[in-house]
Design a protein around this ligand. Sequence first.
Ligand code: COA
Length: 147
Amino acid sequence: MLRRIELLETHGNDMELRVALDAAGLPTDDVNDEGRTFFKAVSDDGRAVGYCGIERCAGDILLRSVVVLPAYRGHGLGRMIVDGTLRGLDGNGDVYLVTTTAAPFFSTIGFSVVARANVPAAVLATRQLSSICPSSATVMKLNRSLT
Ligand SMILES: CC(C)(COP(=O)(O)OP(=O)(O)OC[C@H]1O[C@@H](n2cnc3c(N)ncnc32)[C@H](O)[C@@H]1OP(=O)(O)O)[C@@H](O)C(=O)NCCC(=O)NCCS
């Protein structure tokens, strides 16, 4: 299986990104809005194996659109994509995400469930948290100063 991936910046109108998100049931409505950066994870031989994105929220970050293409799941690529994205972040703000299905996966990477009452206003105001994801979705946080 793949041992190395490269994260290449892409953008919200990348059709392959949108197809991958759609197929995984992840939102695409807001991918072209300002303030988002997306990455395509590419294997040594140039194949796209997954994607992820970040949104800047004042000093903090919303991690979003994390997807591994179905054929490549279960081999550590999801973790490699998230780890690589986190390594590339500047600043020391905390990283938040919202998920309806993948909380156990993100727990293995060090994220913990956080109550919405403890989430900064700029993160709550993202379209993902304020309207796209259901209010029952799980919000998680990674405290980067502890990693
Ligand atoms: C969630 C997802 C990104 C995981 O990618 P992956 O490449 O299969 O995950 P990995 O192989 O890197 O798994 C890393 C760890 O998480 C665990 N894990 C992965 N998916 C899991 C799940 N659904 N439930 C519990 N644990 C899970 C793995 O067992 C592994 O644990 P280990 O390190 O202790 O062995 C992938 O399943 C996916 O694209 N799902 C659809 C989209 C989605 O839900 N995205 C998240 C919302 S933003």
